[in-house]
Design a protein. Structure first.
Length: 268
């Protein structure tokens, strides 16, 4: 509240062009999204490039929303932020009278990027309802990875002082890498074309079988405590089978009720 009076120091240029003599031959939208336990956000920039290679980036629009009252996991919040970024792209395209190249979407959530690349796996209802909203506005190939430090949307989910917003914020000035040529942009740690789940099916069928069994186990229980108990009993049975298989009769099997330590081990 004490910083509110300093908001007059925050300035955003109304004109997206640096000067009247600046003639862009390529205009491209870049959208960044991020989420935390406190909220989620998306911010959009216009990147313009002249024929001689001069680059100029400008802030267009940003949105930040507080987290819903119902507790939601961070990956789901990240997915909601991605939906917001896709919606901003559609909004800007309707309002901005420019010939735009294919947009680029940036996220620091590998879970979101993997979900968008995956067309073979069945998702929970929450995820299945939101992925089509993103896919209606974008293509999986348009989504890229950016680390949290270079993600301006991260500033909205963590919060900023007015002083930092006005003088040293990426939120208004755009990430530095966008002012450079594309070869200097962050590289995605995920395969750009191949689905990682499809790759595991081809390379190692046992991995997929294990993933599917784990998914079925998780979906079978409605509470974390019951899931931990079931996992702990499975681990105990696994130890019994290994003892029987390798004839390690000297190994003492645990008996009685599950201890707190065993439940914590099952959770990890």
């Amino acid at each position: 509240m004490h910083e509110l009076e300093r908001l007059h120091d925050v300035r955003v240029p109304r004109c997206v062009k640096p000067s009247q003599n600046f003639t862009a031959c390529r205009c491209q939208l870049h959208h960044f999204c991020d989420a935390s336990a406190r909220g989620y956000a998306a911010v959009s920039y216009l990147r313009m490039e002249t024929g001689c290679g001069q680059i100029y980036c400008v802030f267009l629009i940003g949105k930040a929303q507080v987290a819903p009252l119902k507790v939601c996991t961070i990956p789901r919040m990240e997915l909601t932020a991605a939906v917001l970024a896709a919606q901003l792209d559609q909004l800007i395209k309707r309002e901005l009278p420019l010939d735009l190249s294919e947009p680029v979407f940036w996220s620091d959530s590998t879970a979101v990027l993997q979900s968008l690349q995956n067309s073979h796996k069945r998702f929970p209802v929450f995820v299945a309802n939101r992925l089509p909203k993103i896919e209606d506005c974008s293509k999986p190939s348009q989504w890229r990875f950016v680390n949290s430090k270079a993600n301006p949307a991260d500033e909205a989910t963590r919060g900023l002082s007015v002083k930092k917003l006005a003088h040293s914020s990426q939120w208004l000035t755009c990430p530095q890498f966008l002012w450079q040529v594309e070869k200097h942009w962050p590289k995605s740690p995920l395969p750009s074309k191949e689905n990682p789940f499809v790759c595991s099916k081809i390379v190692n069928k046992q991995v997929v079988a294990s993933d599917e069994a784990t998914d079925r186990l998780i979906q079978r229980f409605s509470s974390l405590y019951r899931l931990k108990k079931a996992t702990s009993w499975l681990l105990r049975y696994k130890l019994f089978l290994l003892r029987k298989l390798k004839r390690r009769l000297d190994t003492q099997l645990p008996k009685g009720e599950l201890s707190v330590t065993k439940l914590q081990f099952a959770e990890r």
